[in-house]
Design a protein around this ligand. Structure first.
Ligand SMILES: Cc1ncc(COP(=O)(O)O)c(C=O)c1O
Length: 433
């Protein structure tokens, strides 16, 4: 069908005739969250969970490319092969898998065969590949601790996989609820395939699982015959205290598919992530099956982008822990500044409370009014402060009396100004009839 616009006939497609995910609030969220800050450039944004841009350095990108080129030259001994590796179409599972494996061993104590790694276009592609592979038919379902990262809800929606919520808790996950959700789903004829969880400084909650909870979760996953999809973009950004090992490091039996991202510890614009899928599938590894899907989705991850991240790994002896010491200090400082600032501005009688994560990028604030996108726009326009309504992490568009505050890409001075504005906005909102 066509419509006369005065300029040319334009084809009009009925949204109901397109993929079901396109009409769902889930799929709107990523763009909304990415774009809302640019619509209000003079507002302080607690909305986007982005790395601090003061760390960005284009000269470093050139240096990393040279480091990686020299590394290849040493290994391959032939300029033609070096150019081919860096500039030609390449291996579907990636070319820096050996460096990623070394990084996992050094930083996380995760010991995996490089062949079990697929280097992806960000963690987002890793999520999609994994979810897509796990969905055989309409009975397959994914579970996630709720509220959850919008990226996993989106990946599940694109793969036509229902996402079943498991209740969060101060310990990170309500394990009784996990059992109940799995039993209920099976009684309804569904096949729960995997549980998605961010065990360290979750997005949006900031909550981490303690070691005992991790061990109980792994044992339960065995009893319930569930895979665990562990996503860990924030784990390195913790304080002085000892961090619990990742689920993958604690996993003796291959229950955990590990999803990684270099967006926070490397360079977000490189768009490089990975999945460790060392489970056996058919004659090979699950990673080989994921690579088949990748070959039809993005063919391979840009080798130039991989070279940048590979160079950063090589320049730091493959450990990103030391390479991110300055970043960790800044994010930890911002977290403390945020928590101190909240305490100063919201006394106990204010009916505002918040959680106190020990790392990561996020704090969640409980407020005495429902917070939706309209209220966010009002806050941005009238008070010049942005935050994220928590409904984006439930995927149902229902306003809740909670907002997520991200402090990662701001300076302490900007956090102070933003909190002053937030306090005025909340006070006004509480006065409103
Ligand atoms: C939980 C979670 N996973 C993954 C990512 C990063 O994904 P990508 O590597 O695609 O940028 C983010 C970034 O916001 C995140 O919060």
């Amino acid at each position: 069908m066509t419509r006369d616009t005065g300029l040319a006939d334009t084809v009009v497609l009925d949204l109901l005739g397109l993929h079901g995910s396109l009409g769902s609030p889930v799929i709107e969220s990523m763009n909304f969250l990415n774009e809302v800050s640019s619509r209000f450039p003079d507002a302080v944004s607690f909305a986007a969970g982005r790395p601090y841009e003061g760390f960005f350095d284009i000269e470093e990108v050139h240096r990393y490319l040279r480091v990686y080129r020299d590394h290849l030259m040493e290994r391959l001994g032939d300029e033609v092969l070096v150019r081919r590796t860096m500039l030609q179409y390449g291996r579907t599972k990636g070319v820096i898998h050996d460096l990623v494996a070394r990084n996992l061993l050094l930083d996380e104590g995760i010991d995996v065969d490089p062949e079990s790694i697929v280097v992806t276009v960000g963690c987002q592609e890793a999520l999609y590949l994994t979810v897509r592979a796990l969905r055989r038919d309409g009975r397959d379902a994914l579970l996630s601790v709720f509220p959850c990262y919008v990226g996993v809800a989106g990946a599940a929606a694109l793969a036509d996989m229902p996402l079943l919520p498991v209740a969060g808790s101060p310990e990170g996950i309500d394990l009784d609820d996990l059992v109940a959700v799995v039993h209920r789903a099976r009684a309804d004829g569904m096949r729960p395939r995997a549980l998605y969880v961010v065990a360290d400084f979750a997005n949006p909650s900031g909550v981490s699982l303690g070691r005992a909870t991790r061990e109980r979760l792994l044992a339960l996953a065995g009893e319930l015959d569930l895979l665990i999809l562990e996503d860990n973009p924030y784990g390195l950004f913790h304080g002085e205290e000892e961090r619990a090992p990742t689920l993958k490091a604690l996993d003796p039996g291959g229950r955990v598919v590990y999803l990684g991202s270099f967006a926070k510890t490397g360079i977000p614009g490189a768009r490089v992530g990975y999945v460790v899928a060392d489970q056996r599938a058919g004659n090979g590894l699950l990673a080989d099956q994921l690579a088949k899907i990748k070959s039809m989705l993005t063919v391979n991850t840009s080798p130039i982008a991989q070279a940048v991240i590979g160079g950063k790994l090589l320049a730091n002896g493959c450990s990103l822990r030391a390479a991110n010491a300055r970043e960790t200090r800044v994010y930890q400082g911002n977290l403390r500044h945020m928590l101190d600032g909240l305490r100063e501005r919201f006394p106990s009688e204010s009916r505002v409370s918040w959680n106190t994560p020990e790392g990561g990028f996020f704090v969640v604030l409980d407020v005495p009014f429902p917070a939706d996108d309209e209220l966010l726009e009002h806050s941005a326009r009238e008070h010049r402060v942005l935050w994220t309504p928590m409904h984006h992490f439930y995927g149902d568009g229902l306003p809740r009396p909670q907002i997520r505050l991200s402090f990662s890409h701001l300076t302490p001075g900007e956090i102070t100004i933003g909190l002053d504005r937030l306090a005025r906005f909340v006070a006004r909102r509480c006065e409103a009839p």
